[in-house]
Design a protein around this ligand. Structure first.
Ligand SMILES: Cc1ncc(COP(=O)(O)O)c(C=O)c1O
Length: 374
């Protein structure tokens, strides 16, 4: 059997990682400014993480959600405290798409409505509702195209007021910072108005912090820069540093109903051990503060480079917009300078490194970028 060929691959076989570095099967070392697509939060192969996951798998890797799992309870308690939402409850699943799928279902169970507002360039995942709320017709199969979603331009206050005033919107789903869309940021005023309008209309506000959350923006959640509290927050990617896991943080206004949501694998013992180890390291190594400081320095240095049209982002979620397509630049960074980066669309280079990136590593990246920009 061959693999179903849906991924355009770089011809590189990564076999080892440590901190912000990875190695291929030929022993070449690469600087990882991509974090395996924003997934590696505390760095590759962190010793505390390796120890915690190894210990758990040797004890109990999995049991079902029909018995008490104290690791889930510990995770909910720890996460609530670290992120400032200790009055919210936590539902655990295995991916970002599932987090958004469950968030949207919960919203619809709550107010009985079926209309969703999403934004231009949004990406929320590839399952049925999540993909319907994703602004990319190429990945919406006809069976997913069920006309639940209206897309609005990001930061267009008038369009938002107009749609919400109809009083029939189930939920608004918005990324803390758009990732796939090219590091586009909702303004503070927009998020604050969105919060006010959703409350007034009985519409559920869902903040997708799957890429922008878990410390990446330099705050635990990117929306915390706007000082708002959404009704539901979704997380995944960095939550377990590569172990597949997602979470839905749910405001006290929702009442849980037995059997309404559920999953076989979600919140299993091994995933929880990985997620708890991630929180240990985030706290012990002050990784949220590190993301803020190193990200600020990196953006200042990048803004000095003449070739870049715009540098956008917060913390270690950074987009470099170029006037020209970046395909060749990205390939040269990888093959000549041994740096992994991400891309958004044709012209934006996306940086999503592990949150432990040091100033020296940031400087090294800027030096390597300068070499390919010459
Ligand atoms: C903002 C956002 N939401 C949702 C998802 C989907 O997550 P997953 O691929 O884990 O389903 C992604 C993945 O890139 C994302 O960036």
């Amino acid at each position: 059997m061959k693999l179903f060929d849906v991924y355009p691959l770089f011809d590189i076989n990564i076999v080892k990682g440590k901190g912000c570095r990875v190695w291929d099967d030929k022993g070449n070392e690469y600087l990882d400014l991509y974090g395996g697509h924003a997934v590696i939060s505390i760095g590759h192969a962190h010793p505390h993480y390796v120890e915690a996951v190894s210990r758990q798998v040797a004890t109990l890797g999995f049991y079902s959600n029909s018995v008490i799992n104290t690791l889930q309870q510990q995770l909910a308690e720890r996460l609530g405290t670290v992120c400032g939402y200790d009055d919210y409850t936590l539902f655990l699943i295995n991916s970002g798409a599932e987090a958004n799928e469950n968030a949207l279902k919960l919203a619809s169970f709550y107010n009985g409505r079926t209309r969703i507002l999403s934004f231009a360039k949004a990406f929320h995942g590839r399952t049925s509702l999540a993909v319907e709320a994703t602004d990319n017709p190429k990945i919406i199969a006809p069976i997913n195209n069920n006309h639940h979603v209206t897309y609005l331009p990001l930061n267009d206050m008038e369009a938002l007021r107009h749609e919400l005033a109809k009083g029939d919107v189930c939920a608004v789903i918005i990324e803390g910072i758009q990732g796939v869309g090219g590091i586009q940021m909702p303004t503070t005023e927009f998020l604050q108005e969105l919060r006010t309008l959703c409350t007034a209309q009985g519409t559920v506000l869902i903040l997708d912090e799957i890429q922008s959350g878990y410390g990446r923006s330099g705050r635990f959640f990117a929306h915390q820069y706007a000082d708002i509290r959404p009704d539901i927050i979704t997380v995944a990617k960095g939550i377990a540093n590569g172990f597949p896991m997602g979470g839905v943080l749910i405001s006290p206004m929702f009442t849980p109903v037995y059997g309404q949501l559920g999953t076989t694998f979600g919140g299993n013992h091994l995933a929880c051990a990985a997620a708890l180890a991630v929180l240990d390291v985030i706290e012990e190594e002050n990784l949220v503060e590190n993301a803020a400081q190193v990200g600020k320095h990196l953006m200042e240095e990048l803004r000095k480079l003449p070739h870049i049209k715009e540098v956008r982002g917060r913390g270690l979620m950074i987009g470099l917009e170029f006037a020209e397509p970046i395909k060749e630049l990205r390939n040269r960074l990888l093959h000549e300078q041994h740096v992994f980066t991400g891309a958004s669309g044709s012209n934006v280079l996306r940086l999503l490194p592990p949150l432990c990136l040091s100033i020296d590593e940031a400087v090294s990246f800027v030096e390597r970028l300068k070499k390919v920009l010459r």
